[in-house]
Design a protein around this ligand. Sequence first.
Ligand code: SAH
Length: 340
Amino acid sequence: MESIYNKTFNELVDYFINIGEKKFKAEQVFDWLYIKRVKSFDDMTNIKKEIIEKLKEDFYINNINLDKVERDIEVNKYLFTLRDGEHIESVLMRHDYGTSICISSQVGCNMGCRFCESGRLKKVRNLKASEMIEQILKVEEDIETRITHVVIMGIGEPFDNFDNFKKFVEIINYQKGINIGARHITVSTCGIVPKIREFSEFPYQVNLAISLHAPNNEIRDKIMPINKAYPLEVLIPEIKRYIKTTNRRVTFEYIMLSGINDSLECANELCDLVKGMNCYINLIPYNETNNLGYKRSKKDTISKFYDIIKKRNISVTIRREFGSNISAACGQLRSKKEDL
Ligand code: SAH
């Protein structure tokens, strides 16, 4: 038994061929699941009884449960319970260009970035593609609107769950399904180099963001353990290779941590590091969390840092802040049971 949302369209076609049925059944089922959004096989009224019974033997539909929604003006935070009792969170953001959802890719995370609240809960398990998809379906049902953009920047490291991530993209991108354009999907990684290589061969034009957060190994080693495995002299050439192979622009995320990585020397070093790359830098005002001891850089420091990068003719933005009132901001998602 598995969730039917784990099946790509082609896998469902194979499934029907294997049970001796016509492949257009896959189209009908996709239509019921992703266009009409039924919650039960019994509601698939144009499919004959025997097939419905067979589907019920092999799959379930309802998988994750929405427990709680916290609402702010531009942001909603959703808490879900999974079939095995684990919890995850998603965040919905309203923009003038549409609505985006930030989804979780794992229960917990093993990357251990020192500044990130989500990473304090060690990885329990990967999410299935179905559990990522259902975050979208449940949130769309709640807001009664279609989501236009998806970022995989919630709890977890998506490149540590690469196969499910790829499947997730294939399913939500499928035209006669949820139909979210690949260019409206962004995946963020802390820098797992072999997966960046594989991602450059992934045939969907999904945007890549790299959590860089430091301009040299000395600082990056201190705040991101992954840098020990893939230091900058390995990571940066791999990203350059990715840009060359795919002809796509990469985003560098850079959290502004007071006294850690926000000096003017750091700004210059950062520019030297990314010079000539097809990229842009997204400066992220750090969201302080209670227990981790890091402080957000002062407004003035952030704008000076920004000016230096701008003067060097590198594209740069300061990330708008969302959701700190309801602890829905980056690095604040935790999915702890006490939240329930
Ligand atoms: N593991 C992936 C996906 C998570 S993305 C990655 O590391 O990219 C979450 C983003 O929010 C990352 O850029 C992360 O570094 C950033 N982040 C984590 N804690 C934060 C905090 N307290 N304030 C602002 N950004 C934070």
